[in-house]
Structures are given as C-alpha cells and as structure tokens.
Ligand binder design. Structure first.
Ligand code: ADP
Length: 396
C-alpha cells in the first residue's frame, strides 16, 4: 500500500510517497516558490534527483507536476495514479476539536477551517493542499494528521494560562503545543526501547531543530509541552525567542516606535540563537564560531542547553520522576555537544552520559551508561512515516 504524504506551506509543498508495507520511501521532493514562479525537486529512490523550473501558479498546479513526476517514464516510480492508495496531510492546528487524526470529509474540512484563526499562516495553506489533492485524486481517501492532536491529553493545570477564564471560554486561548506527530512517534519508540509498552512509563522527548520543543509523556500520553498557544513559546530556538516576559512586547514597540505585529516578527524571525549570537540560526555555524572564540555564539549555545535542561528538570518534577529522555530532530540527532551540555545539568537525577556512544551522529542509540539512573537515547524522528502509518491505521 502506497501513501502520498503531503506537507503544504503557503508557497511550498513537501511530499513523500511511502510504501507502508516495507516502510520505504519510494520518492520524495519539494515544490518551492508556488504562486511566484515554481521549482520542483524530485528524488526517486535509487535514481538521480531531478530539478525543474515549472510555472506553478497555485498549489493545484504544483500537485499536478508532482503527480506527473511520480508517473514519469524516466524518473517516475509508479505506472499510474491508481498506485496511490491514500493521502496523508500534515495539518498544523486542530484546536480542541481534534485529539487524533481523522479521515477527511466535508465536515472535517469545515472544522479545520474553524481553527484557521489559531494558525493563520499554516492552516489555510494546509487546506489548500487538501483541496488541490482532492481535485486531482477525487477517489483517493485522505487523512488529516495534526501537529496539536497528541497534546490534547494535557491536563487543565498544564494547558491553561493565568489569564481571565473567559478568554479561554470565548477565544480558546490556551497552550496547544506542536511537533505532536514527532513527539508521539519518538515517545512510542522510546517506550518500546525501554520495554515498557502498556506499562507505567515517564519519558521526556527533546525535539531540537530549527523549531524546538520538549514534551513530557506519562504512560504514553502527553502531559505537558514547551510550545504554547503558538510555536513561539518555550525554548529559545533558531530564530524564535521562546518564552519571554510578555511586557517586553509593548516596551519594545514603544522603544522602536513600531507596531505589535513588527515586534512579533522580531520575536519570530530575528531572535533566538541567531538574534543572541548575531552569527546564524544554524548550530553548525554557531559551533564553529564558538570554537573560534566568538563569545556571543558561545552564550547562545549555553542558553540553548540551559533552557532545554530547565524544561527537562521541570517535567521530571511534575511527573515525579523520569525513566528516560530522548533527543531527536536536526540538533538532537546530530549535535553531541548540545546533548552533553544538557545532560551535564542533570547529574542530580542520576543521569550519566557514555561519551563514546554520544559521539555517534544521526542513529538510534542509547547514549547513557549502564549505571545511569535515567536512560538517555537518540531516536531519529520521522514525521512523514508517522503520518503514513496513521493514515493506514485509520483507513484500516
Ligand atoms: P527543522 O525544524 O527546520 O526541520 P531541523 O530538524 O533540520 O530543522 O534542524 C536544523 C538544525 O539541525 C540546524 O541548526 C543544524 O545545525 C542542525 N543539523 C541538521 N543536520 C545536521 C547534521 N547532519 N550535522 C549537524 N547538525 C545538523
């Protein structure tokens, strides 16, 4: 069974075609600059990647180029579209309406649309991707997999903000949390590695990439996470500030004589480790600059490790213990220095890192010593595979 996984942004579309029986990626790719001019990068498994400039006036034309590429005589991977059995769509925000993935129907589309004002940059683009696929593959069943759904199990004390309750009632202002597909996938795998499926378990997942979040998972369900009403909250990230005193927003608007929108753009796009270091949002550049003696790059890296450790400590406290933690995503999977720096804060939990194991990159591995009281693992995430699995599970 082949599942076409679609992750649609406002001017981009990432896709993978996955054979879910073997869990192999048959082809993957990216459409960029949709609505501007258009570029397709298509990578069929075992063949050379193809790059093409194509006029993509909208997402429907982008999807149609992707479907042409998948069935192309030279660089295609399937004979015709009937080889696509289902489509799994990544949808950023499911609000409180969706606590799990769903088969897409007209009612579901309406309900997703009602969440649009919670994610005005993402949800409308995700929905455009759904309609583009529906228009070109009307008979193929489609499933929506939400970034927020995994966190719908958080208790009220974790998700409510300390503001008048009526704003929660009226406007649904609360913590939602994101990266749910990744936290769900990695925590399931970690619990499997611990041999604790179906048993009591307390694990903490650190998804550390351009966007970063930490998630506390008790007995397989999310009980708290660091991102909030939006993905701006929580850890310091590549270009996002993470949590700051909200009074800074008005103070900065006054000082810069600019609008609240402009301050939010600064907090989303010009802050984080890039803003602190003045070097880059990429941790490889920061590592290099720090080694060359750049003090601000070093401070940015120190802040990132400190903030991550702070969340782990907080989540170990609210779960009254932790069996294991997992690092995942670009930084979590590849940056041994950050992993070490984070774990150095956590010796009081009895956490001990095996430096040799920690030197490995990008593979599933236990990096704590056998004596460590808390297991520490690297578990590569795979959001596309998680979406494909959910799609199959729902469609039976
Ligand atoms: P996104 O949130 O955009 O998916 P990623 O998960 O790819 O981001 O994470 C991007 C970060 O991961 C960058 O800071 C980069 O330095 C780091 N990273 C990604 N791949 C590697 C690698 N192979 N080696 C070292 N660092 C990496």
């Amino acid at each position: 069974m082949n599942v076409f996984v679609v992750n649609c942004g406002s001017s981009s579309l990432k896709y993978q075609l996955i054979d879910v029986d073997t869990e192999k990626v048959i082809a993957k790719g990216l459409c960029e600059r949709i609505g501007i001019d258009g570029k397709l990068t298509h990578k069929p498994a075992g063949k050379k990647a193809v790059e093409k400039e194509l006029p993509m006036k909208d997402h429907k034309s982008a999807v149609s180029y992707v479907l042409e590429a998948l069935t192309d005589q030279d660089f295609g991977v399937i004979k015709n579209l009937s080889a696509i059995d289902a489509v799994g769509h990544r949808i950023v925000h499911g609000g409180e309406k969706f606590a799990k993935s769903v088969i897409i129907t007209d009612e579901v589309l309406e309900a997703i649309e009602e969440c649009n004002d919670l994610a005005p940059l993402h949800n409308p683009a995700n929905l455009i991707g759904v309609s583009a696929c529906k228009a070109l593959m009307p008979e193929v069943p489609m499933v929506a997999v939400f970034d927020t759904a995994f966190h719908q199990t958080m208790p009220k004390e974790a998700y409510l903000y300390g503001i008048p309750y009526e704003y929660y009632d009226r406007y649904k202002i609360r913590k939602y949390g994101f990266h749910g597909t990744s936290h769900s996938y990695v925590s399931k795998r970690l619990i499997e590695l611990l041999g604790k499926e179906g048993k009591e378990s307390k694990v903490i997942i650190c998804h550390l990439g351009n966007g970063s979040s930490v998630c506390a998972v008790k007995n397989g369900v999310s009980v708290d996470t660091s991102m909030g009403f939006t993905p701006l909250d929580g850890l310091i990230m590549g270009t996002r500030s993470g949590s700051i005193d909200p009074a800074v927003v008005q103070f900065l608007a006054n000082k810069l004589d600019c609008s609240l929108d402009e301050v939010l753009t600064i907090l989303n796009k010009k802050s984080g480790v890039e803003g602190v270091s003045g070097v880059s949002s990429d941790f490889r550049d920061l590592d290099k600059a720090s080694m060359e003696g750049n003090e601000r790059a070093k401070t940015a890296l120190d802040m990132f490790a400190y903030h991550t450790a702070r969340y782990i400590g907080a989540y170990a406290a609210v779960m009254n213990g932790v069996d294991a933690i997992a690092f995942t995503a670009g930084i979590g999977e590849n940056n041994s220095k950050i992993r070490k720096a984070v774990c150095d804060y956590l010796g009081y939990l009895g956490m001990e890192i095996d430096d040799l194991a920690n030197d490995k990159k990008g593979e599933e591995i236990k990096i704590s010593t056998d004596d460590s009281k808390v297991g520490v693992y690297v578990v590569p995430t795979n959001e596309e595979l998680a979406i494909a699995r959910e799609t199959v599970e729902l469609l039976g």
